[in-house]
Design a protein around this ligand. Structure first.
Ligand code: 5GP
Length: 186
């Protein structure tokens, strides 16, 4: 029987599967249940960081059994390369005030931590009641700034990964699984 690893880009020699779609979905169900328990009686605001977290956010919100709201932000990251520039810029800001709200920032991956340490302190300065971070992936070996990941999907080794929302030069976001991109030059 075909597995979901074979759905998209199957046979692309530049991709080495790392996390299967089923594995990702199982972990998201667990995180969703944990958040539902931790935020029982609250009305959290999920802030998805575009574009990489779009798939994670859409699956995660369906795994959270609470009344919640969703907003999006876009911040600068890699452009078309595979290493962060260290420069952080808000490209799309929130459309709502977040004073007094319980915020859950939903991010695809924490790498150096530069982007998120900027974003989390920016959101805290707007008077949110609480700001917590949900990240699908943690490339902990490359951390330059300490970023507390409150809810984590998977720790992964230092490889450039694509799929499940993550891109390389805008390609591969549609894969339902996560793969290591072996050679970004190809
Ligand atoms: P940081 O500021 O933590 O170094 O970088 C965070 C951002 O860099 C992520 O939101 C993501 O957009 C991008 N990034 C970091 N590592 C990877 C990776 O392995 N693959 C992809 N596609 N993007 C990454």
């Amino acid at each position: 029987m075909a597995t979901s690893l074979q759905i998209s880009e199957f046979g692309n020699p530049n991709l080495e599967p790392l996390l299967a779609a089923e594995e990702i979905q199982r972990r998201i169900a667990e995180i969703g249940a944990e958040i539902s328990r931790d935020y029982a009686g609250k009305n959290p605001l999920l802030i998805g960081v575009l574009k990489g977290a779009c798939m994670f956010l859409s699956d995660l919100m369906r795994a959270i059994d609470l009344s919640l709201a969703v907003e999006f932000m876009a911040i600068s990251s890699y452009g078309t390369g595979t290493r962060t520039s260290g420069e952080v810029r808000i490209i799309k800001d929130l459309d709502v005030a977040i004073e007094g709200r319980d915020i859950l920032v939903v991010e695809d991956i924490v790498d150096t931590g530069l982007t998120l340490s900027y974003l989390l302190s920016n959101l805290e300065s707007r008077g949110a009641r609480s700001v917590k971070l949900v990240a699908l992936l943690d490339k902990f070996e490359r951390r330059l700034r300490d970023v507390p990941v409150d809810y984590l999907g998977f720790k992964i080794p230092d490889h450039f990964v694509v799929g499940y929302g993550l891109d390389f030069a805008e390609r591969y976001r549609n894969l339902p699984y996560i793969a290591i991109l072996k050679d970004p030059e190809i």
